[in-house]
Write a protein that binds this ligand. Structure first.
Ligand code: S3P
Length: 174
């Protein structure tokens, strides 16, 4: 089973994903890290040098490469589900889990490490909040296509694993 963790920047996909993978004995793959390693450039530098459109192409390519691993937890980028047919593709090839969080939680988490994220690097606190609210409105219809929706705040790797196993049990009997 491939597990795709989706959700907005700051929803905790990478940190909880790593722990989930180790609990389940699965491989862990972070799409952004994969792109950075393959192209020897940070996500911010790719945005600056080649533009967002080029980044989205690389992101789709990295996503499609996840097909080669079966037992894997993939932490996607906040924008991954929104571009091309990525959401449909992930639903077809694995289980999508939406780590859901509201604008307050997200902005509190993101304001401490905006520099790593080109879309929000230059925003002040007020602009950041507005940006998150706007983008969540645009992106939620994509995120909500995930099979499992879980509140990201206070979510532990153990509960995440439990919810995934329960979902898999129910759906393998269907
Ligand atoms: C993006 C989210 C980032 C990264 C890029 C664009 C987005 O990933 O892919 O900066 O469009 O939301 P994280 O969600 O891991 O921060």
């Amino acid at each position: 089973m491939r597990i795709y963790l989706i959700g907005y920047m700051g929803s905790g996909k990478s940190s909880i994903g790593k722990k989930l993978a180790s609990r389940m004995g699965y491989a862990f793959l972070d799409l952004d890290t994969r792109i950075e390693e393959e192209h020897n450039q940070s996500v911010s530098d790719i945005f600056a040098d080649k533009g967002e459109r080029a980044f989205r192409d690389l992101e789709r390519k990295a996503l499609h490469q996840t097909i080669s691993t079966d037992q894997v937890v993939v932490s996607t980028g906040g924008g991954t589900p929104v571009y091309f047919d990525n959401m449909k593709w992930m639903n077809k090839h694995g289980l999508c889990v939406y780590l859901k969080a509201g604008p307050e939680v997200l902005s509190n988490r993101l304001k401490h490490n905006q520099q790593l994220r080109p879309l929000i690097a230059s925003l002040n606190e007020e602009e950041l909040m507005e940006f998150i609210v706007d983008q969540l409105e645009q992106r939620s219809p994509f995120y909500e296509q995930a099979s499992l929706h879980l509140e990201a705040k206070d979510l532990t790797p153990a509960v995440l694993e439990q919810e995934i196993r329960a979902w898999l049990d129910t759906h393998s009997k269907a």
